[in-house]
Design a protein around this ligand. Sequence first.
Ligand code: C2E
Ligand code: MG
Ligand code: MG
Length: 553
Amino acid sequence: MNFEKSFENFVQILSEEAVTPEISPSALTDIAKEYCLRSVVSIVSFAKGSEHEDEPDTVIPLFGPIPEHEVPAYYFQNNMAGDKIVTYNIYVHGDKEWSEEEYKSFSVLIDILSFHMERYLLNTVVRESTLKQYLTGLPNGGGFLAFAAKLFENEEIMAYDSFYFNLKNFGLYSRRYGIAEGDEIMKRYAKKVKTFCQKDEIIAHLGGDNYTALIKKERTNDFLEFISGVNVYGVRNGKQEPLKIGAVCGIYAIDDSLKDVGQLISRAGMACNYAKNVANKPYVFVNKAMSTRIYRQKQIEDRYEEALANDEFRIYLQPKVDTITGEIVGAEALARWFCNGIVIYPTEFIPILEQEGMVASLDLYVLKKACEYIRDWQDRGMPIVPVSVNFSRRDLSYTHLVDEIVEIIDKYGIDRKLIEIEVTETVSEDERVLMTNFLSGLKDKDISTAIDDFGTGYSSLSTLRDFPVKVIKIDRSFINTNNLSKNDEIVIKNIINMAKELGIDVVTEGVEREDQTDMLKEVGCHVVQGFLFDNPMPKQDFEKRLEKKYYEN
Ligand code: C2E
Ligand code: MG
Ligand code: MG
């Protein structure tokens, strides 16, 4: 075989494979003959002055055995991305000496080899960095779960307690010292906290000021004591100031109810949340009540798909009433889950379905049912009112949602004006974009929309200004005080006036008493929904209401 041929072959093999070391023996076989190669060994090390300078070199054999205590006949060195250097040691058969020509052509081979080596090293870096928190270098959530999964497989996990902790006042340090020094403080904290950790334990940095850990059960008390105040320092105006960083912690004492390692974080996280927001204590263990809630949550997740297929969800309707005429002017469709003889309410299952990304299928199911009801009333020659259906904000990232809604309504052959879509106010900027697209998409298709729970979001005024909605539903918290004050009245009155001027209709939810409707009439809102008129009810009951059409005053 001539040299050019084997060279081509070498390049060909390298470029077909992503990883150099494993394939290089075959790639180098032909070349080896040309150059009398016995062994090629690559050594990856950190450059002098690099912060990793002290880390050990990595030896990767590329061809032949690794000769010991032998000076290579030739060596080449190349700089790699980052601060790495790769050295190639070449050992040849006998006392073969390369001509200048051969040396030059071999250095071309080395360059090509380095290019592939670089790719290989970068792959390794990426693989490792996905398991590390970029700032502190501690394992991240992925690293934690990988570590936990091994313990779980080996049935060693019960020897541990799982921790989720959140640093106290870290936001304050970031404000006081600035973001860059805040990062440095976090790094110092991480380095300190890591010193507690033994080889068979793990402390991971989830990001922000949240950490998780798996610590041997017998060391739990020591660990709680340790994280109650970790001494670090912050630098301000060139001076070091001592800091003691505390933490709020949730602990899950791992037991045999653990089904998957994700629960290590979610359970301890729930206890941490409880410690911080409810109990106001430095630490809380997962207890019975919490486990029951977790258990129920799990049950809801597990049974949902089957329940949807079995028609266990029923649609209740709550009338919307014009308080001046007493007429029913619409209805809201609300889901109820009849699960083994008990009713589960949406306040319990919706947040779980939202969290698990499963709520869209329910919302579309409710929409289908609402269309089916309207179609049925139409076919039976009954009076008809528009029905509104709730869509979760979590649905908004689902790209074909608008098309799917339109398709469902049209499939039932009903007037699009008979369906209204309710969405609650957004909480973040990102959501605003999705929300605008969703609402304008529906408007283009002649489907009207309502902002639900208006006034509880983070920017109600810009909601009014920016979103193309037909209706706002004022949240019941605006009227549910026992004695409505002048201030309540002023706020509601101004919302209503503003909405009216913008051509937006107003409905008020949660009306339970006469004095509330009186006040609402006074300020110009006469469409309401609430227990004063009716609770949400099954289809048959609602139809009886609809036949009468009016509530008596
Ligand atoms: P929402 O859309 O604001 O619905 C109004 C809720 O207020 C309903 O609770 C209703 O029963 C309740 N309500 C009505 N009148 C009164 C009253 O006078 N006083 C009081 N205290 N409450 C009243 P429900 O049916 O438990 O639903 C709770 C929430 O769950 C709904 O709030 C809605 O956001 C969500 N939801 C219900 N069904 C669905 C659904 O199919 N999909 C989605 N995404 N969310 C739904
Ligand atoms: Mg609603
Ligand atoms: Mg509401």
